[in-house]
Write a protein that binds this ligand. Sequence first.
Ligand code: MN
Length: 133
Amino acid sequence: MVAQILIIEDNEANLELVHYLLEKAGYRLSVAVDGAEGVAVALRVRPDLIVCDLQMPVMDGYEVLRRLRAAAGFAAIPIVAVTAYSMPDDQRRVKQAGFDGYLSKPIEPETFVASIEAFLAPPLRARGAAPQR
Ligand code: MN
């Protein structure tokens, strides 16, 4: 079955863009607009993948990651950071924190879905959206 993806993003324009791109590709989506809501929705919905902004009010992306990795059943769920930071140091920090991957803003509509699908097992990818490997 096609993946359920949770988007955690406080910026309305980015949230709309990411939601639009993933929905158009055929994914089932949940959204949260701050870190605390993101953790709550994740625990309830048990998504197959989480796209998480780093800079957010209430709770940032690093704290979201820490809490979810500590939750039962979340050790292996891919959590991908999306951030305006694009310095090599930030990328290293994101990986060291335990995120599975890192995408920088601005979101590139042409490549975003494929970048996300790289973190999904093939049976969870939307039909026809990802190139067969
Ligand atoms: Mn933000």
